[in-house]
Design a protein around this ligand. Sequence first.
Ligand code: HEC
Length: 141
Amino acid sequence: MRGAKDFLRILLRLTILATLLLYACSDNQADYPQRQMPETFKKNPAAVSAGHELFRDKCASCHGKPSEGRFERAEFFNPPAPDFTDARYREADPAYLYWRIETGKTVEPYRSQGSVMPAWGAHLSEEQVWQIVAYLQARAH
Ligand code: HEC
């Protein structure tokens, strides 16, 4: 009897371990809603320049370069705020960028990571968010 109980206990532990492992190894890129960037914003110089202005005003304190007014305390953010000059932002899914701007640190996994990224959904119009996305893609090089 005792052997069977031990066996079950071990089986249970193995199952838990396997589940945890699967969870840890699964792609932890969060799910975000699919959206199409309206054609009118893509590579549109007027949209990019409106996005640039919004970026300077609302984002550069954390995401800008020092010459763009990046706060000194931004150096200590963990996770750090990217300055969006990395080429991968040109290829980034616009729906992902939109969602990150909209929800910021309020969603997982960013909340648990201790992100300080504000959620802009209530402060920017849909048009403004797309303008910023157009700018971020143009900013990457
Ligand atoms: C108070 C500082 C702060 C401000 C202001 C801020 N952000 Fe962030 N942002 C962060 C930090 C820190 C991260 C990295 C952690 C994370 O992904 O949540 C981040 C992440 C992001 C990401 C995801 C980057 C990636 O590689 O996945 C996007 C997109 C973004 N911010 C856009 C913006 C935009 C656009 C604005 C202005 C409208 C803005 N942020 C304003 C701090 C800030």
